[in-house]
Design a protein around this ligand. Structure first.
Ligand code: SAH
Length: 243
């Protein structure tokens, strides 16, 4: 007997739901595999202060749905340990670099953190699971808008984003316990040093577009001295803007 139309539609809906469940299970497995890979990668990384990533940071990378932060065509690659294009010539950072930067600022639950370079919103989402409040600035309008919509849809309530030049920080919400800059600057922006709390930490890649960039960890001591350490060589898109 031929299937009638409503019967056919029910079968289609059931098949679609089954494929969505299977895909979700694959993402969950891939996320767990990524965490194992990052833990092993960190053990071999001689530049990593302390020799291991904070287990809370790894736990969060095991929770945040990176596939939601990449373009549809890149979803199958979302849990590979490499950067991916997010449009407008920009990239979502490699998961190991996100884990490393998050580890270096020593995020605590009461912290208020500034991120410069929202991009997809992924680094902000990772930070948001570890701290009280994240403020994030993006200079490219469509990216800023997409990230704001994405973070809202995914239910991140402790992230506030804005369109602007992050070189100047976000004075009205500072000073910050930590600042994470995810685009490479030619020098450390003085307004960001000024908006760092005594006892606070900033991670920032410094160097030109075609040069080897250095990931710097900058600490402002309680006596307001600035202590800078070079952590490792990195490659980020440039910090742009009219500063
Ligand atoms: N943190 C992002 C990755 C960012 S790539 C993520 O998790 O997806 C760097 C981002 O910095 C790009 O989106 C770029 O547009 C942005 N950017 C570059 N210069 C900037 C500036 N002066 N102020 C704010 N954002 C800037």
């Amino acid at each position: 007997m031929p299937l009638n139309r409503s019967c056919y539609m029910v079968i289609c809906v059931v098949l679609l739901a089954a494929s969505a469940v299977a895909q979700e299970a694959t993402f969950t497995e891939n996320r767990a595999a990524l965490v194992r890979e990052l833990r092993a990668y960190a053990e071999r990384d001689s530049t990593l202060p302390g020799g291991a990533l904070d287990s809370r940071v790894l736990e969060v990378l095991g929770e945040v749905r990176r596939h939601e932060f990449v373009p549809d065509g890149q979803r199958a690659q979302a849990y590979k340990n490499h950067p991916l294009p997010i449009g407008h010539g920009q990239t979502i950072s490699q998961p190991y670099i996100v884990a490393l930067m998050t580890d270096l600022v020593k995020a605590e639950p009461e912290h208020v953190v500034l991120e410069v370079g929202t991009g997809s919103g992924y680094q902000a989402a990772v930070l948001a699971k570890l701290v009280k409040q994240v403020y994030s600035i993006e200079i490219i309008e469509p990216l800023a808008q997409e990230a704001a919509e994405r973070l809202e849809r995914l239910g991140y309530e402790n992230i506030e984003t804005k369109l602007g030049d992050g070189y100047f920080g976000w004075q009205e919400h500072g000073p910050f316990d930590a600042i994470v800059v995810t685009a490479a600057a030619s020098h450390v922006p003085p307004p960001l040093i000024q908006q760092l709390k005594p006892g606070g930490r900033m991670v920032i890649p410094v160097g030109g577009r075609f040069q080897i960039q250095s990931l710097l960890l900058i600490e402002k001591t309680l006596e307001e001295e600035i202590v800078t350490r070079q952590i490792t060589a990195v490659r980020f898109v440039p910090l742009t803007g009219g500063h």
